[in-house]
Ligand binder design. Structure first.
Ligand SMILES: [Ca+2]
Ligand SMILES: [Ca+2]
Ligand SMILES: [Ca+2]
Ligand SMILES: [Ca+2]
Length: 219
């Protein structure tokens, strides 16, 4: 059977593994100085600070129990999944969670394909903000991808009047920004999560003490 899984290592050290809409077998092993994904290849251990798995639809098996030092965030997606975590601190969700009572729903085109997508943000104690992007496939179906925005993002999230959605770097995909009065310095605490178009986000934060410098959200 052909493997439908794919992986990418982002510049911020996230090893993201994506399952297909079918049943996938996702196995990661820590071998010497590498993380080896069965059927896909190796990634240097010192370049990875966390693993994010989105197994997607289907009855998936995710086995990370041969990983000892890298924490993982595993989202099983729909289906009857079997998930085994690493020896580090993991966060695991066995299904798609879109509970409206704990989410903040947003819309935008987060992959730049001109179809409106959904996004919900949830705060999980000790984990931070989980961003669940619901990509519209244009035929009534959708694909769900999760990422973790972290605790730093949460501090600004709490203090701000709400997330702003817009394409702040002009690459055609909508991004997220939070702006709050900085707690310490006289200025604005700005956090921008740039969409990587696949449900992952690249976070930049700055405290802006001189709004007149005109750098804006695309810094
Ligand atoms: Ca799957
Ligand atoms: Ca699944
Ligand atoms: Ca879209
Ligand atoms: Ca953008």
């Amino acid at each position: 059977m052909l493997s439908g899984i794919s992986a990418m290592l982002t510049g911020s050290g996230v090893l993201a593994i994506f399952g297909s809409a079918e049943s996938d077998n996702i196995v990661v092993r820590q071998v010497d100085n590498n993380l080896k994904i069965d059927g896909l290849g190796c990634y240097p251990l010192d370049k990875v600070n966390r693993i994010v798995v989105n197994a997607g639809e289907g009855d998936d098996v995710v086995n990370l129990n041969r990983v000892s030092t890298v924490p993982a965030y595993v989202f099983g997606g729909a289906g009857d999944d079997v998930i085994t975590g690493t020896s580090a601190n993991d966060y695991i969700e066995g299904d798609d969670i879109l509970d409206a009572s704990v989410t903040l729903p947003l819309t935008g085109d987060f992959n730049g394909d001109h179809r409106t997508d959904g996004l919900v943000l949830r705060y999980i104690d000790g984990i931070g903000l989980i961003a669940t992007t619901v990509f519209s496939l244009g035929n009534g179906n959708y694909a769900v991808v999760n990422d973790v925005l972290g605790n730093d993002a949460m501090q600004v999230f709490n203090a701000s009047s709400g997330p702003l959605v817009g394409d702040f770097n002009g690459d055609g995909a909508d991004d997220l920004a939070f702006v709050a009065q900085d707690a310490v310095a006289p200025g604005l605490n700005i956090v921008v999560h740039f969409s990587l178009r696949n449900g992952l986000w690249k976070t930049r934060q700055q405290v802006e003490t001189d709004p007149s410098n005109g750098r804006g959200f695309g810094f």
